[in-house]
Design a protein around this ligand. Structure first.
Ligand SMILES: C[S@@+](CC[C@H](N)C(=O)[O-])C[C@H]1O[C@@H](n2cnc3c(N)ncnc32)[C@H](O)[C@@H]1O
Length: 299
């Protein structure tokens, strides 16, 4: 993609955020006992009319999900189940934090769906092009958003801390931060700077949930055919994978700003935990999810 304008840089909303919403919408079209996420709002963020017929009946939705999973196994589980994990963590620590911050929120509707204490505020940071669409859709469908602070930010060019401060978001308070489905679209430098920014706004004791992609997917050496397909597909759509991380890389970068890993789950772990007795998504193993805790002030 070197030398080519990426979709976001051209001011267009994220298409991968829309694909994620489509997967959650198709999951919602399943019978309730089969659903993995239960996102009743997701379908409103799917503009591509090609996808609407895939939600006509539970049977068609299941077939569509299985076709996607067959083509790009592992990614579907990651898209759906990292959100389940985040909701669980919110349930666990929500009462102990002053704010929840989603970085690269896309069309995630945790703020609308998952209970949290009324004293816990919600902040969504995203690229302005994607966030504009999200706000329009929430307005159109009449879903409350007054209790969310939206912070339009391009992480590649803006300072996360300055953007949060300009939006009046308190810094240095206990927070739960979700940074899901984003790291692999950033440059290595931006990933480090944004992580530093997250650390700067979080008091010790804060939690960060972050997912990552194996370097072998970015450099094309992965053994998983689905992962190679996924990489080609996002590149074609103007949102190439640019950053692969090993868990050791992530741990080192995080430790430098005072975060420590307390849980590490790979896709097979997520499928085992949340997929049910007969999971409809496979567990190809090229992505991981980290739970980190801020243990000290950054140097
Ligand atoms: C694959 S989507 C994930 C969205 C959501 N977190 C989810 O799990 O469905 C990637 C998100 O990262 C955002 N993003 C990518 N690059 C960004 C950047 N440079 N600055 C801010 N947001 C960015 C996109 O706008 C999009 O919302």
């Amino acid at each position: 993609m070197t030398g080519t304008m990426t979709r976001l840089r051209a001011g267009r909303p994220s298409v991968t955020a829309e694909i994620n919403a489509q997967m959650r919408a198709a999951d919602y079209a399943l019978r309730p006992e089969r659903r993995l996420v239960n996102d009743q709002y997701a379908r409103h963020f799917v503009e591509n009319p090609r996808y609407a017929h895939l939600r006509r009946t539970p049977g068609i939705a299941l077939m569509g999900l299985r076709i996607f999973d067959h083509a790009i196994g592992g990614l579907l589980a990651e898209i759906l189940l990292r959100g389940r994990y985040f909701a669980d963590v919110l349930g666990e620590v929500g009462g102990d934090v002053d704010q929840v911050i989603l970085v690269g929120a896309g069309y995630d509707t945790t703020a609308q769906r998952v209970a949290r204490p009324v004293t816990t505020s919600f902040v969504e940071v995203d690229h302005p092009a994607t966030q504009r669409v999200k706000r329009q859709v929430l307005d159109r469908i009449g879903v409350r958003r007054e209790d969310i602070t939206f912070v339009p930010t391009d992480l590649e060019s803006d300072s996360l801390v300055s953007a949060l401060q300009s939006a009046g978001v308190p810094t240095g308070v206990a927070a739960l931060v979700g940074w899901l489905g984003v790291s692999y679209y950033l440059s290595h430098a931006t990933f480090g700077e944004a992580l530093c920014g997250i650390a700067a706004v979080c008091a010790p004791g804060s939690t960060l949930i972050l997912d990552y992609l194996d370097p072998s997917v970015v450099d094309g050496t992965t053994v998983y055919r689905g992962a190679r397909r996924a990489a080609r597909s996002v590149r074609r759509r103007g949102e190439p994978y640019t950053l692969g991380l090993t868990v050791d890389d992530a741990a080192r970068t995080a430790a430098a700003v005072g975060f420590q890993i307390v849980e590490h789950l790979r896709v097979p772990d997520l499928v085992r935990r949340y997929g049910g007795e007969t999971p409809y998504c496979c567990d190809d193993d090229y992505m991981g999810l980290l739970r980190l805790v801020r243990v000290r002030d950054s140097a």
